[in-house]
Design a binder for this molecule. Structure first.
Ligand code: HEM
Length: 255
């Protein structure tokens, strides 16, 4: 799901589909991305094996480095000073109730905006401008989504049965494993934290998140100042390459 969301975001970005009037839908999309990432993090931390226990502990310690509110956020996240029973209950409620409901509600807004504004219209060179591009919500759009959803569910259920997930070593608060690794989608942030330790790393990551959030407006400004500029494509390519580079780097290192 995370890979699909990232690919979707890249397609939206590189086709400029976030531009006026779709700025708000891009921001709703960013909220969906955050929900998806937190769902991944809480799910990973719920397994109660060594890697998930220590992954959550490292995550909480990173949160602690946020100036002013870090300590409070860490305690809210763990339900105490350290990972314990309260943490599992919190993560479970977040993972199985709060985040799925929030995601579905955000998705309803995302799709409603999409239906109101229409998908960004791309036309083939030999296509007439006035040829209408229409795709009815019901039954066409709805049926397509249901079919894709069902196919994915069947595929994932089959995969989960054929290749069942195995449990790693049980969580042990007294033994720090030699290797602490987050899931692949956090490799980039993990590498960033290793390159620039402490508060700077956390604040700069927050800044990057903020820039991504308001990108449609920054892009609008760039295009006003610099007429006809496609700077966003170059910036997007540089960021995508940096993210891929840091992910591969982190995947390749011995821990
Ligand atoms: C759970 C995650 C998400 C789901 C299920 C989802 C679903 C969709 C669907 C079905 C469409 C219409 C089809 C298409 O254009 O591909 C769409 C369009 C769109 N999405 Fe998402 N999306 C998600 C996350 C995101 C993210 C992370 C962003 C960007 C930050 C985003 C921004 C947009 C925008 C701007 C459009 C309009 C595209 C256009 O007009 O061509 N979405 N989304």
């Amino acid at each position: 799901m995370i890979a699909a969301v990232i690919l979707h975001q890249m397609r939206v970005f590189f086709t400029g589909a976030y531009r006026k009037p779709r700025e708000i839908n891009w921001m709703v999309g960013m909220c969906l991305l955050v929900c998806t990432l937190i769902t991944g993090f809480t799910g990973y931390s719920l397994v109660f094996e060594q890697l998930s226990y220590w992954g959550a502990t490292v995550g909480a310690n990173i949160t602690d480095t946020v100036p002013v509110v870090g300590g409070l956020l860490k305690r809210m996240m763990l339900g105490g000073e350290a990972y314990g029973e309260a943490t599992l209950s919190r993560f479970f409620i977040l993972h199985a109730a709060v985040l799925p409901v929030t995601t579905v509600l955000l998705l309803a807004v995302h799709i409603a905006l999409l239906r109101l504004q229409g998908v960004t219209d791309f036309r083939f060179a030999d296509e007439r401008e006035d040829e209408p591009h229409q795709f009815r919500f019901f039954p066409d759009h709805f049926a397509t989504e249901v079919i894709i959803g069902l196919v994915l569910m069947i595929l994932l259920s089959a995969l989960a049965t054929i290749l069942p997930a195995a449990m790693g070593p049980r969580a042990d608060p007294l033994t720090t494993p030699g290797v602490i690794k987050p899931e692949w989608f956090f490799y980039v942030t993990f590498r960033w934290l290793k390159l620039f330790s402490g508060t700077f790393a956390v604040l700069s990551m927050g800044f990057v998140g903020f820039v991504m959030f308001v990108w449609p407006f920054i892009d609008g400004l760039l295009r006003r100042v610099w007429k006809g500029s496609e700077a966003s494509v170059w910036i997007g390519m540089a960021v995508a390459l940096a993210i891929i580079g840091m992910t591969v780097w982190e995947a390749g290192v011995e821990h």
